[in-house]
Write a new protein. Sequence first.
Length: 562
Amino acid sequence: MTYGLPVLRGEVVVGELVFLAVERHYRDLRDGEKRGLSFSPERAWKIIRFIERFFVHIKGPLAGKLMLLDPWQKFWTAVQYGWLGPEGNRRFTRGYEEVARKNGKSTWKGPQGAYLFMADMEVGAEVYAVATTREQAMSVFKPAFDNIKRWARRSRGVKRSFTIHEGTNQEKVAFDSAVFKPLPANADSLDGLNPSAILFDELHAQKTPEVWDVMESALGARSQPMLSAITTAGFILDGICTDIRRYLVEILRCERDDDSFFGYIYTLDTDDDPLDERMWIKANPGLGRSKTWAYMRSMARKARALPSAMANFLTKDLNQWVNGADGWIDAKVWDKAGRRFDPAILAGRRCFGGLDLSSTRDLTALALVFPPLDDDPSGEWYLLVYTYCPRAKVAEQASEDRADYAKWERDGWLTVTEGNVTDYAPLKAFILDHVRTTYELVELAFDKWNATHLANELMAEGVFMVEVPQLTTGMYPGAKKFEELVYDNRLMHGGNALMRWATLNVSLLFDSNGNFRPDKKKSLGRGRIDPAVATVMALARASAGGERSILETLEEDDILVM
C-alpha cells in the first residue's frame, strides 16, 4: 500500500492518532507472530479487488464510474480485513473509525457490507447497516444496494440468486438464509437477531450504550463477527461514542491491550490552528478528491463569521468533539446595531413576542421583534425588550450575577416589582394595555412549563399565545435567525444595556445534527440570559411566519382551560 510507510516517514501529513494507528500495523507485522497474529495480503487484496472491480459510484460527478479507493481507504481496508487471529479467522471483531464528513466513508463502507454478506465465507450471514434512523442507515446501505440491483439487471444469474426487496422502508437483499439490510438503532429492532456483521454509521448521535451493548452481545454465535462504528465527531461528550473512542485511544497509546479491536481517528492535534489550511488534511484524508478545497474554504469563511458555524466546522469538517459554543455573540458585533431609536416609530407595526418567565426570583423578559416593512429580506429588524425582577433580587443577587441591577432600573432597562418573588401582574397589564394597543402583536410565544397560567389569562383576553418548546427543535429556528441578524447588523436593539449583558452571557448547546439553542445551565456561570431567550422565542415564531393555527397549537398541548 502506498500510504502506511509514507505516513511513518512523514511524507503524508497526519495527526498523532493516525500516526499511532499506522505504527501499530507495522509494529504488529514485526512482533505479532508471537501473539499468534498473521497478515494475509491475499485476504486484503480480495476485498479491495471486490470493491474496485464490481462497484460503481451511484451519484455525483463520478456516477457510473468504477469505485477506485483512495490510498488511505485501501490501507485501512487491508488492515481491517487482512489480519488473522490465532485460529485463522479475521483478527478484528470490533472497530472504531472516525473521519470528518464528506470523505467518502458511506460510499466506501456500503461495498464492505456487501462483501461481508456475499464473500466472507459466513454461512447464513446477517449484515446490518445501522444508524440512529433507518434513513441514515440507508446512506451506507444504498451504495451497495443500488450496485446489486445494477448487477441483477445485467445478469440473469445474479437476478436468480438474489432476492431484492424494494419499496420505502422495505429495502433489503437476501440469498438463501443470508440477508443484508438497513436498520434503525433501537434495541427492539436489533433484539433477537443473529448478526455476523454490523456497520454502525454516525455513532456520535447515540446518547446511551444500550443499542451498542445489544449488538455486541448478539455477535457471540459467529466465528469472525464484525461490529464497526463509522462516525464523525459530535456534540455528545459523555455518550457511548466517546467511551468507545477513548478505548481505542488507550490501545493506540499502548495503555491497553486488545488485539481484536481495530480503528483510526482522523482529527487535528491539540495545538493546531483550525483555520490553518495545512492542518485540514489531518481530519480529511480525502481532501482534494472526495472532499474539495473549495468546500473547506467556504466552510472556513463561514466559521470565521459565525460562532455556531465555527462549532460545526470544528466538529463536522475538522472532526473535533465540541458540546457548545461559549461566548456566542461578539460584543463588538452586537454594539454595531446599538444606536438609539424612539419606540414610537414602531407604532402600528407588526411584531412577534417572546415571553420567558422566571419561576421565582430570576429575570422575567418580554421581547418584541419587528420584521422589516414589506418583508424586505435585507431590511432591518427592530427589537424591544422589557425585563422584570423582584426587589429582593436587586438587593441580594446583583453581586452574584456581577451586574448593576440598580443602574439598569434607573436607566429604564429593568422594571422592579416589589416583594420577594416576581409579580406577573404588571407584566400582564403592560401586554394588555400597551403592547397590543400600540403594535400589531401577531403572536406571543411562551414556555408552557413556566407560563401556562399567565398564557391562559392572556388568551382569555384575546392575545394569541403559542408554545415554543425549550428544546433544540423549538428554539433552533429562532437562534439561527438571531445569529444571522446580529452578524448582518440588522437587529436594531437600541443599546439596551441589560439585553447586551444577557446576550453576551449566552453559551450554545448543540444537538447531534449540529442545530443549536441557548443553554441556560451552561450560561449560568456567565450570567442570566432570559432576555436573549425571550428574543430567540419571538424570532422562532417570526421565522415560522404563523404557519400553525394558534388554537390548534393550544388545543394540541392542552393549554386552554375552558
